[in-house]
Structures are given as structure tokens and as C-alpha cells.
Design a protein around this ligand. Structure first.
Ligand code: HEM
Ligand code: HEM
Length: 337
């Protein structure tokens, strides 16, 4: 806790130093995307396991609260990606360290240059949606209440992490430190250090491609546009349900290959492991004062990543049948009643 307070106070006191601000922005943007990803993978799995819930989840995405969040999310991904690339390049090229400050400014400029046209295009989708007559959206209170189960899930992962940490402490109590011994886990940490950089590089095209398809080429509102050709496929969403949208994408074949399933699998594996390892780095940083709590945070991140990978892969390996689309059509009819 003291280190969290120190980070906050020192960041404010140290204002003006671009390096410090870019470190804070990188951290905030990374954590923001991890939280969205948690909701997103769980609710994407509903397109297979609970079609009615998926209809409600996408209706929430199309509400004003989420639309504002969508702009913030895209800004976070773009800034985090550019700044992550800066960190990775600088780490592999120490001779460029003298340009750190200038590079941090270029990251901000680059973020602005990308976001201006992207926001204009995203805004055009929002305007189109709201200019249609009789447009109905979920009320704010409903949207907020629908997110409560996620808060409960995150709290359960936290409690689970702390319990696992307690059990770990009982089974393997800490040994007194041998000052001459090589720091334990340093090779593993070395692996994670490289993983964050390499996975970051691989995530850039995948996540930018995904966001281009969901926000620019088509908008979030087009996920439920009836008879509208589904992005990245040659089929139309006849029922105009979010479930058929996902079914069309996941069933689209190029030769024998379900390309969007493979694409989503690669995105899922890379972002979940990168995001939850990043969350672990942040949380263990602020709990260094208590080995028990620190271990609890680590377990929580492992639980979170495993749950998301199992749900996400489970959904990707399943089929969305016509019964699921019919259930979704029914749920759409009942949505605003
Ligand atoms: C509001 C913004 C977003 C929307 C509307 C959206 C929409 C979707 C949709 C409709 C799917 C279903 C599969 C498909 O059509 O390919 C999907 C899957 C997926 N999205 Fe997004 N996406 C958004 C942002 C993101 C971001 C920022 C990330 C990464 C950090 C992400 C990661 C994924 C992953 C990993 C899957 C596969 C999930 C699974 O296997 O169950 N999405 N997304
Ligand atoms: C788009 C491409 C991305 C790149 C190039 C990238 C790059 C990086 C790099 C290099 C680091 C290590 C920073 C350090 O050690 O100081 C990092 C940390 C992190 N990343 Fe990413 N990342 C990307 C996407 C994501 C996504 C999609 C998420 C969320 C799901 C995420 C969440 C995090 C978190 C939480 C941290 C820890 C921040 C900290 O320690 O302060 N990143 N990222």
C-alpha cells in the first residue's frame, strides 16, 4: 500500500518529467484493457453457452456508457501499443537511451495522429446509429447492474488467490534468506521480461486488425444490423443477432481453414497471458510489503488467466447452431420489454 501511495504522490510531485508520466500512462492503459478483456472474453463465450446473455451483453456495448468507454478503450490500446513498442525497441538498443525523452513525446504525437481519424470514423458509426428513428438503448441502470456479476467474479478470484497463498504458506513456509544464493526465480522473470516484449510485438497487428474490424470497417452497432454482410466474411447476418454475427465469423472458411477462429485463438492466448502477467507485475509491485498478499495477487492473476483461457478456447472449439440463433432472436424481441 505504501508503494502505491508513493507512486501516486511522487508522480504528482515529479510532474513535467515525461518518462514518469509515460510509465504511469502505460500502467493505467494496460490495466484498463485487462479489465475490459475480462468482461469481453466471458461475454464472447456466452455467444456459445448462453445466447440470451450474449444478446444483452452486446446491447450493453451499444449503450451510451459503453460507447464512451469504447473511445477510451481504443485510446488505451493505441497508446499502450506505441509506448510498448518504444520500450521494446529501447531495451534492445541501449545506444538509443539518450533519445528516451524525445521518443516518449513521439509516442504521444503518434497516438494523437492515429486517434484523430479513427475517432472520426468511429463517431460516424455512432451518428448513423442514433440518427435512425425509434432507436432504443438499454437504460444506464440496467447496463450497470449487468456488470455486477463481473465484480463478484473478480472478488472471487481475489479471495481464491489469497486462500491459495495461505495454503502455499502452510505447505512451503519461507526459508531464512541465504545472502550468497542466486536470486530465486530470476531466470523465470527473465523469460517473462522477454515474453512481454515479444508478445507485445505479435499483439500489435492482431489487436489493431480486430479493432479495425469492430470499430472502423464496421461499427459495434453493425454487430446487430440485419441482412448486413458480416465483416471478414461473405455471409450476411440474416437474423440481425449478435450470436449469428459471431457464428458467421467463426464458421467462415478459406479452404478448410476457419481463419477467424485461428485469429481469435492467437489473439486470446497472447493478450490473456500478456495482460495477466502485466497485472501480476503491477499488483506484486504494490504488495511487496507482505509476502502473503503478494503471493495472493500472483495466484489471483493465474486464476484469472486460466479461467479466461478455458472459457475462450472452449467457445472457439464449439459450434453455434441454429437453436442458439433462434434463442438470440427471441431474446432480441424481449430486450426492451
Ligand atoms: C468494444 C470493443 C470490441 C468489440 C465490439 C469486440 C468484438 C468482438 C466480437 C464480436 C468477437 C467474437 C468473435 C469474432 O467476431 O471474431 C470478439 C472476440 C474476441 N475479442 Fe474482441 N472486441 C472488442 C475489443 C477487443 C479488444 C480490445 C481485445 C483485446 C485486448 C479483444 C480481444 C478479443 C478476443 C481474444 C476474442 C476471442 C474471444 C474468445 O475466444 O472467446 N477484443 N470480439
Ligand atoms: C498492443 C500491443 C502491446 C504492446 C506492444 C505491449 C507492450 C508491453 C510492454 C513492452 C510491456 C512491459 C513494460 C515494462 O516492462 O516496463 C507491457 C506491460 C503491460 N502490458 Fe502490454 N502491450 C500490448 C498490449 C497489451 C494488452 C492488449 C494488454 C491488456 C490485455 C496489456 C497489458 C499490459 C500490462 C497490464 C502491463 C504491465 C504494466 C506495468 O508493469 O506497468 N498490454 N506491455
Amino acid at each position: 500500500m505504501t508503494s502505491l501511495v508513493l507512486t501516486l504522490t511522487e508522480t504528482l510531485r515529479y510532474r513535467g518529467a515525461i518518462g514518469q508520466w509515460s510509465w504511469v500512462l502505460h500502467r493505467i492503459s494496460g490495466i484498463g484493457v485487462v479489465f475490459f478483456l475480462t468482461l469481453h472474453v466471458v461475454d464472447t463465450s456466452w455467444s456459445v453457452f448462453y445466447p440470451e446473455l450474449y444478446v444483452r451483453a452486446i446491447a450493453s456495448y451499444q449503450s451510451p456508457l459503453f460507447t464512451i468507454g469504447e473511445f477510451g478503450l481504443v485510446a488505451c490500446v493505441v497508446y499502450h501499443a506505441l509506448n510498448g513498442l518504444r520500450i521494446a525497441i529501447m531495451d534492445f538498443k541501449p545506444v538509443w537511451w539518450k533519445y528516451q525523452q524525445r521518443a516518449a513525446v513521439w509516442v504521444l504525437i503518434g497516438t494523437g495522429v492515429i486517434l484523430v481519424p479513427v475517432f472520426i470514423l468511429m463517431f460516424s458509426h455512432v451518428l448513423k446509429f442514433y440518427s435512425e428513428p425509434d432507436r432504443q438503448v438499454l437504460p444506464l441502470v440496467t447496463v450497470i447492474l449487468e456488470q455486477l456479476p463481473f465484480a463478484v467474479g473478480i472478488a472471487a478470484a481475489l479471495v481464491g488467490g489469497v486462500i491459495f497463498s495461505g495454503i502455499h504458506g502452510l505447505i512451503a513456509p519461507a526459508k531464512p534468506k541465504d545472502k550468497k544464493a542466486k536470486p530465486q526465480g530470476s531466470r523465470l522473470e527473465g523469460f517473462w521480461w522477454s515474453y512481454m516484449r515479444v508478445s507485445g510485438l505479435l499483439i500489435v497487428p492482431l489487436v489493431f486488425g480486430h479493432l479495425a474490424m469492430m470499430h472502423i470497417i464496421q461499427g459495434v452497432f453493425d454487430i446487430t444490423a440485419a441482412d448486413f454482410s458480416v465483416v471478414g466474411t461473405t455471409t450476411a447476418n440474416a437474423s440481425g443477432t449478435a450470436v449469428e454475427f459471431v457464428a458467421n465469423r467463426w464458421n467462415y472458411l478459406i479452404g478448410p481453414v476457419a481463419i477467424w477462429r485461428i485469429y481469435d485463438l492467437a489473439l486470446l492466448a497472447l493478450v490473456v497471458v500478456h495482460g495477466f502477467n502485466g497485472l501480476r507485475l503491477v499488483l506484486t509491485d504494490y504488495t511487496a510489503f507482505s509476502p502473503w498478499l503478494r503471493r495472493g495477487m500472483m495466484y489471483m492473476c493465474v486464476i484469472g488467466a486460466v479461467v479466461l483461457l478455458v472459457l475462450g478456447i472452449g467457445a472457439l472449439l464449439s459450434t453455434i447452431d441454429t437453436a442458439a440463433i433462434e434463442m438470440a432472436t427471441q431474446a432480441m424481441e424481449n430486450l426492451h420489454q
